[in-house]
Each structure stands twice: as structure tokens, then as C-alpha cells.
Write a new protein. Structure first.
Length: 167
């Protein structure tokens, strides 16, 4: 387990990341967590005394990563931008998100849709599944199921699906 100190930062102006609160993970630390990895790395451990698991650290270029701190996690930490935190991180090899039955049923209506979904990288499957699972109402969940099925039909990745829905 890697232990290091960091400060909570915030993107003031950085495209789609504008307004995100995050912790900067330098290349040297990322290499200790999972050597040679240049894609999103799932980690477990703790931030201060708050236990985390399955949290992604996102590559930012030159081997550096960031860990995005969503509002619920910031509330648990009771910390905001500028606060110092102690991180204890370890690669989360056990992290796995299961596909819900309703998504599997919807994609199974046409064989190629389920096959296309399963052929996408695991990290992209997780984007779709997490997004679906965070729906707060049945209406929203149904809308998201339809959007995912349409995305697979039109061979869209998660980002392209979201962008297409805004037009």
C-alpha cells in the first residue's frame, strides 16, 4: 500500500473537467500503484479515515493521474479545495461491476448489441453501467437503458452517446 500526502485541487477552466475537485497523483506514485499503466487505474484504500474501493484514477498525460472527488466523497471527507489529505492506495484487482439484468435483457434482444457491448473495453462498460445505476427514478433509468441500446446500435462509445444526447 502506498501512503502519500496531497492537497484537494479544483479545475477552474479545463474543458469538460471545469469545476471538478480532484487529487493530483504524480507519475512516481502511479508507478508504485500499477507500473506501466497509462489508462484508468482502479484503486482501494483510504483518504484520511474514509475507506474507498473501486475508485478510478484518471490519466492526465506524462504519466500523471488525478482522482476525482465527487460531492458525496467530499462530504464524507468534510474537506474542500485547498485541504490536505493523507492517501493510502493499492491497486484494486478485485474491482468488478456487474451488468444489471435489465441492461442484459435489453441488449440481448439483438445478438450483435450484447456482443458489441461486451467487446468494448471493461472501463467503457463500467461507464455505461455506473451511469445506468446512478439513475434516481425508474423513468430516468428507462431513458438511460434506451440510450445505451441506441448507442450500441449506432456503435457509439459512452462519450459519443452523451454528446449525441445533447443535440
Amino acid at each position: 500500500m502506498i501512503t502519500f500526502h496531497a492537497e484537494i485541487e479544483k479545475f477552474e477552466s479545463n474543458g469538460e473537467k471545469t469545476g471538478w475537485s480532484y487529487i493530483f497523483i504524480p507519475n512516481a506514485v502511479a508507478e508504485q500503484i500499477k507500473s506501466g499503466e497509462r489508462r484508468c487505474i482502479r484503486v482501494k484504500g483510504s483518504i484520511d479515515e474514509v475507506t474507498i474501493c473501486g475508485v478510478g484514477i484518471i490519466p492526465m498525460g506524462h504519466g500523471d493521474f488525478i482522482m476525482v472527488l465527487n460531492k458525496p466523497l467530499r462530504k464524507l471527507l468534510r474537506k474542500e479545495v485547498g485541504a490536505k489529505v493523507v492517501l493510502k492506495l493499492l491497486f484494486d484487482a478485485d474491482f468488478k461491476i456487474e451488468m444489471s439484468d435489465d441492461l442484459q435483457i435489453c441488449l440481448s434482444d439483438e445478438d450483435e448489441l450484447l456482443a458489441r457491448f461486451l467487446a468494448t473495453p471493461k472501463s467503457h462498460q463500467n461507464y455505461f453501467i455506473n451511469w445506468l445505476n446512478t439513475a434516481k427514478t425508474e423513468v430516468t433509468r428507462t431513458k438511460r437503458l434506451v440510450m445505451i441500446v441506441n448507442a450500441m446500435y449506432h456503435k457509439l462509445d459512452f462519450g459519443a452517446m452523451i454528446r449525441a444526447s445533447k443535440t
